[in-house]
Design a protein around this ligand. Structure first.
Ligand SMILES: [Zn+2]
Length: 168
């Protein structure tokens, strides 16, 4: 009996791991964004993302855009869990929050940001540089120090501006 319980737990863990792996790009080009050996130098800016699920901060992991087995950097990536999105690209172009989520391997819509989902009677409030953003969050452009807060909830208080750029 004990064996079956352990085997079942292992199978469930493997299933979960496989599902997550399947969603996360592993080095293939995503929406025209390559995963290169070196960080691009032509264009280097930073944006900030915070997500709150009913008032609780959702962790933005470190090493988004750095696939474990591929030794490469997507042009959009994170280094630390501070929510700072590094845009380091060999080409100068405008990138979007939707592209960042695609590289992260998490869903983004008007009702969902990763695991944070709107339930009945709730809504998602998106802030860009302190202003309410009413459109599809996938279209939010990432410019130098663009400051994005997503509140799934309530509550949705006007966010404090993010200032901890650490010189970046
Ligand atoms: Zn950077």
């Amino acid at each position: 009996m004990k064996f079956f319980v352990v085997a079942f737990a292992l199978a469930a863990m493997l299933c979960a791991a496989t599902r997550v792996q399947a969603d996360i790009p592993q080095g293939e080009t995503v929406r025209g964004i390559r995963c290169d050996r070196m960080e691009g130098t032509a264009f280097h800016i930073h944006a900030h993302l915070a997500i709150y699920d009913r008032g609780r901060a959702v962790a933005i992991p470190e090493d988004i855009g750095r696939p474990l087995f591929s030794q490469c950097f997507y042009w959009l990536h994170t280094h630390t869990p501070a929510g700072i999105i590094h845009i380091e690209s060999p080409v100068v172009r405008t990138f979007t929050l939707g592209e960042f989520f695609a590289i992260w391997g998490e869903p983004l819509s008007r009702t969902r940001a990763g695991d944070a989902r709107v339930r009945k009677g709730e809504k998602m409030t998106v802030w860009v540089d302190g202003f309410r953003y009413g459109g599809d969050p996938n279209g939010i452009e990432l410019h130098q120090h663009t400051d994005i807060t997503i509140d799934v909830g309530p509550p949705a208080p006007k966010p404090q501006p993010f200032t901890d750029w650490k010189g970046q």
